[in-house]
Design a protein. Structure first.
Lengths: 287, 356, 265
């Protein structure tokens, strides 16, 4: 049991101040912009909820949101099962385990624009290994600066390359925490490998998988740097995800009002979906 | 149900073992169908290894395992028709109690009517009928452990049910209850049961026959009474009983045992010669008398119904268990050893002839 | 070798391929790169690395990154430790709400904060300083650090605290000499993740800097666009940004798998 102690607030005060400084002031700024119109010179006019309405109705926002959901959906549907499969096939102990983990974690530690630049070069026709392989070895016409499908495939493969290891590491942490007796009992009970997975491994991985799915959702939904460096949102607008569009509006066009309204909608969607995921995945425990 | 025979069993975890690598050294053993057996020994004596070899989780380095006359050494666990209950309860968290109990049967494609019948029967036996529809993860540890036993018992074709220190995580006041439940279950289902433990009380109350192991070897197989009264090895004498057997350095002259210069009468004739010679007698059979071995009282501790008198004969402490004792420290006493319970050991092993 | 170890091997191959490509390209001459595909450098050259280590705008980018990442890690851990202790040991008014609110900041899209951060840090005169980036990264690193540390601290029995008080330790002495050493694995894991996320984040780092505190990775993209395709240089700079991460991860290799598992959902 935890002790009731209001003085504990002093312990959290530094965290509170720092995060509040970083979160509350900018959010207030955004809220402020989102309900006003400006023509420069720091002159503002009350705009009410017009920006929100305009953003929600705009085809451009809806298209970006659609692309964002498609992207995140594909990421989750590929990375989560793939990560679990890789974690399942890893050895439980031995010399190779830390080696595997270090190598797998490596892509996650590369600055995000380097990841984008790396894949950009990697995919260049003629010069890059992937581009060369696709065009000159396989004979497929592959050029992501021209072909939206190629751009999408490259972005997805890049993200799988970049982040699947997170799912692997988390799932693996869940797997190694299962005592041997469970596997032995299952063997004696005559359980098939599928049943071992379904009734032992999956339930024991649930906590870490919830974390993995939440993190992968948030990070893929908020992704900016890697696809921006890789494709710049093109060809056309085909890979313009929400963050890329937002930065275009805010920093590119300096349309502060619409950008602020879009920011708030964006943030709200992230929170809402995260909350939905969380509630759905922890539902059984509450009973 | 089956008779279990272990032939020349040896096991080492290292791939190319030297003699010291063997955690099991030459085990020859046979267990009768329907018996209740315990494997007793201190931690690291190889009893869990032996259990895992019988269940098929481990393949022995040498030797064979027979169930009745069938060689099962190379069969995987699920084809041996055995059941095992582990140290801590292994249950399938996401399933209900009912599904947990049905799981081993479903995996063997038993038809659902038969499953329902067996599950109801076992649930009734274990007193868990009212919990059948609860998620197994919500049960208390002792009920969880009952469910893992139930999964073993639900199959009517099991050759043997094995328990690997099953009461480790159970609260002390529930241990007793679960232990009597186990005994009762054994009487009802008459399956061969093997119970591994380092706790002598658990072993002696559960089993008809106890196998005592030490450092990878079997030192004695016998009924609880045998182990208590006539330990074949000083280890058994010391390990079983509380306090353990007095082991007293002695010499043999002309077929008589001499302890600290005083003659001691043994249960029977002395066999063999040489080696480290010791007299073994349980404190229960040492009494205070008017004459006998002279000793000085060092400590008297009251343990409820008895008192334990620890006295020094020369430099050797001897414990005696007596009804009542009011003795000063340093008092001179005489100790009488009950002759038919006084044995001689050479290099640890018994070397007196039993009195017929 | 078992058949299923093929899966992790193939996966690691897939991960290493682009990295190998980058490293091998950093040792090639620009001519060789543009001439077409070659698996190994034909004319091995260190020119790109020499260029980076002799040009202050390059190597300062490197130093800048390390300065603000280190600052951020130190600040995040320093403030997260007492807070995580409070969350793991005490209940207080609004504790759950506060914890949840902290975590929501981990969910915030960085793009939302780019412009307001620029204005905020400009208005307090911190624009283009290391501390600005370090503070900005606290937005997502502090919640993460609190979360990880809280998980580790809950694993330490409360009796430890009580014994220390009975033995006459003051709170701070207990906290620094007994409690923190007890959760040093947790501190290591939390520091690793703070380092990682601060090192890889670029949108805020780029927005908040111009010259003085510009991170290496930002220097890199600017060069790529302004000076045309100096691919060898680009690859060398990219290779160099992988090294600190690789070093840090080597130190926490035995903890990394457990780190997240101990956090709570």
């Amino acid at each position: 049991m935890k002790t009731e102690n209001q003085k504990a607030w002093f312990f959290v005060l530094p965290v509170l101040l720092l995060v509040a400084f970083n979160a509350l002031i900018p959010i207030m700024t955004v809220v402020n912009y989102s309900v006003q119109e400006t023509f420069g010179n720091n002159v503002f006019f009350w705009q009410g909820l017009d920006w929100f309405e305009q953003i929600l109705r705009s085809d451009r926002f809806q298209a970006a949101l659609g692309r964002q959901f498609l992207f995140t959906f594909l990421i989750l549907i590929i990375e989560v099962p793939l990560g679990i499969i890789i974690a399942l096939s890893m050895p439980k102990k031995g010399f190779w385990v830390p080696v595997c983990l270090v190598l797998m974690a490596l892509p996650m530690l590369i600055p995000w624009n380097v990841v984008g630049a790396m894949w950009n070069i990697f995919a260049l026709p003629k010069v890059g290994m992937l581009g060369y392989f696709m065009n000159d070895v396989l004979g497929v016409n592959y050029d992501m600066t021209q072909d939206p499908l190629a751009a999408w495939i490259t972005i997805i493969v890049m993200d799988v390359w970049h982040w699947t290891s997170l799912v692997v590491l988390l799932s693996y942490a869940g797997l190694v925490s299962i005592p041997d007796a469970y596997y032995q009992a299952a063997k004696i009970d005559g359980a098939s490998p599928w049943k071992v997975f379904r009734y032992i491994q999956l339930p024991k991985m649930k906590t870490v998988l919830t974390i993995a799915i939440l993190l992968r959702f948030m990070d893929s939904f908020n992704i900016y740097t890697e696809p921006f460096v890789l494709t710049g949102g093109g060809p056309g607008n085909s890979t313009t995800l929400l963050s890329i569009d937002l930065v275009k509006i805010a920093l590119g066009q300096f349309d502060l009002g619409p950008a602020a309204a879009m920011s708030l909608i964006y943030f709200a969607i992230t929170l809402l979906v995260s909350w939905l995921f969380y509630t759905l995945m922890t539902k059984d425990d509450a009973q | 149900m089956a008779k279990i025979t272990l032939k020349n069993l040896r096991h080492a975890y290292a791939p190319n073992p030297t003699p010291e690598d063997y955690v099991l050294k030459e085990i020859d053993l046979s267990w009768q169908d329907g018996g209740a057996y315990a494997l007793l020994g201190p931690s690291g004596c190889g009893k869990s290894t032996l259990l895992n070899i019988i269940s098929g989780l481990l393949t022995p380095s040498d030797g064979r395992i027979l169930f009745d006359d069938r060689d099962v050494t190379d069969l995987p666990p699920d084809q041996r028709n055995i059941a095992q209950v582990f140290q801590f309860p292994v249950i399938y968290d996401t399933m209900t109690v009912r599904d947990n109990l049905a799981f081993p049967l479903r995996n063997r494609n038993v038809n659902e009517t038969k499953i329902a019948e067996r599950v109801a029967e076992i649930a009734e036996m274990l007193d868990v009928t009212e919990m059948l529809d609860i998620r197994a993860s919500h049960l208390s540890p002792d009920n969880k452990q009952k469910i893992s036993m139930g999964r073993g018992l639900v199959r009517d074709d099991v050759n043997v049910v094995m328990f690997d220190e099953p009461l480790t995580v159970i609260d002390p006041h529930l241990k007793w209850k679960l232990r009597s439940k186990l005994k009762e279950l054994h009487q009802r289902v008459r399956a061969t049961m093997i119970y591994v433990t380092h706790d002598q009380t658990e072993a002696l109350t559960f089993a008809d026959q106890v196998v005592v192991m030490q450092a990878g070897e079997i030192v004695q197989i016998g009924s609880p009474v045998d182990l208590f009264e006539r330990p074949q090895h000083t280890f058994v004498g010391h390990f079983i009983g509380s306090p353990g057997m007095n082991i007293l350095p002695a010499t043999v002259e002309n077929g008589r045992a001499i302890f600290e210069g005083q003659p001691v009468t043994l249960e029977g004739a002395v066999k063999g010669d040489g080696g480290r010679t010791e007299i073994g007698i349980r404190p229960e059979f040492v009494s205070l008398a008017d004459d006998g071995v002279e000793a000085r009282v060092r400590k008297v501790s009251d343990v409820g119904r008895h008192a334990i008198v620890e006295s020094m004969v020369g430099d050797t402490p001897v414990k005696a268990m007596v009804e009542e004792a009011h003795l000063e420290q340093g008092a001179l006493v005489h100790l009488a050893f009950k002759p038919d319970q006084t044995r001689l050991y050479r290099d640890g092993w018994i070397s007196t002839e039993a009195t017929p | 070798m078992r058949k299923r170890s093929l899966i992790p091997i193939l996966y690691i191959l897939f991960l290493m391929l682009p990295i190998y490509w980058l490293v091998s390209m950093s040792f090639k001459t620009t001519n060789e790169i543009l001439a077409g595909f070659s698996l190994f450098p034909q004319t091995f050259t260190l020119d790109s690395y020499v260029a980076i280590f002799t040009d202050p705008t390059w190597y300062w980018g490197y130093i800048n990154s390390i300065i603000y990442v280190t600052l951020n890690t130190v600040i995040s851990i320093a403030v997260a430790l007492p807070a995580a202790y409070a969350f793991s040991r005490y209940s207080f008014l609004g504790d759950k709400q506060l914890f949840f609110w902290l975590l929501t900041n981990r969910m915030a899209p960085a793009a939302v904060f780019a412009l307001p951060f620029f204005q905020l840090y400009s208005s307090v005169g911190l624009f283009d300083t290391h501390i600005a980036v370090a503070l900005a990264h606290c937005l997502f690193n502090i919640p993460l650090a609190v979360w990880i540390l809280e998980g580790f601290m809950r694993g330490v029995p409360k009796e430890l605290d009580e014994t220390a008080y009975v033995d006459g330790y003051s709170f701070w002495r207990f906290f620094t000499t007994i409690f923190i050493p007890n959760i040093k694995a947790g501190v290591g894991v939390a520091a690793f993740f703070c380092f990682m996320f601060s090192w890889v984040e670029m949108l805020l780092a780029k927005t908040l800097t111009a010259v003085e505190a510009k991170p290496i990775a930002a220097t890199m993209t600017r060069t790529a666009s302004s000076a045309g395709y100096e691919l060898g240089l680009l690859a060398a700079a990219g290779t160099l940004t992988i090294i600190p991460g690789a070093i840090v991860i080597y130190f926490v290799r035995n903890y990394i798998a457990k780190g997240f598992a101990l956090g709570r959902v």
